[in-house]
Design a binder for this molecule. Sequence first.
Ligand code: FES
Length: 261
Amino acid sequence: MIGRTHGRVPVEAVERISAFDRPAKRAGATVRGALAGRPALREAVLDVAGGRHRGAADRLVLLGALAALPAALTGATDWADTEAGDDRVRRAGAAHAAVNGGALVLQLASLSARRRGRRRMGVGLSLAAQGLLGAGGMLGGHLAFARGVGVDQTVFDPGPSDWTPLVAGEPGAGPSSGRAGETPVVLVRDGAGIRALHDRCSHRGCSLAGGRIDAGAIECPCHGSRFSLDDGRVLRGPATAPQPVFDVRRVGEGLEARRRA
Ligand code: FES
């Protein structure tokens, strides 16, 4: 998780390189046309081709089995953080893990069969594993795209970029909640100034207003992520995405906020 947190900044820098657009669009169209729906079947194609392709097919089965282990660990972490508050995620995630686990068992059995010279059985087991992986991929996609597991919880509501009246009481030394337009904001008094972050934790959406302030950071009450009050960066996971930060100003008797660029 730490690697993911620190990897985000260079990834965002890459997102801003518009020079990639033309070649990437061309490559995307070519790849879509040539490979749509087929990458998961490469190993099966090599199996069916047989002959000199057999060694490559066996190596792909082994690589796939090895790659499943880190993927299972990160998936289990995301699921464990989410299932406690969402029955649907608990069930779909458990099914996703069971189906993918079954596919892994079949691939290991296939490897064993291939090594014992029972190639036909090995290929059959691999094909069955790929059927399960298709179902597992569908469940995984549903968890990410429909249930938002692993998604930055502020990404579709980053907050107003223009000065907007802030509906809030007078902030104190502890966190309190407010609202800038439709966006929930957590406020903290810091000397003469006021610090403000998006109130919805980027990790799983808990309200940071229920958290605690410590050494210039706010700690989420749900899983303990810590965000800098200065700039919203992640000081401790499991969150991997920073909190949007707001500038606050006084206008007459009230307050206004806008998202910092
Ligand atoms: S919701 Fe998980 S750390 Fe905030």
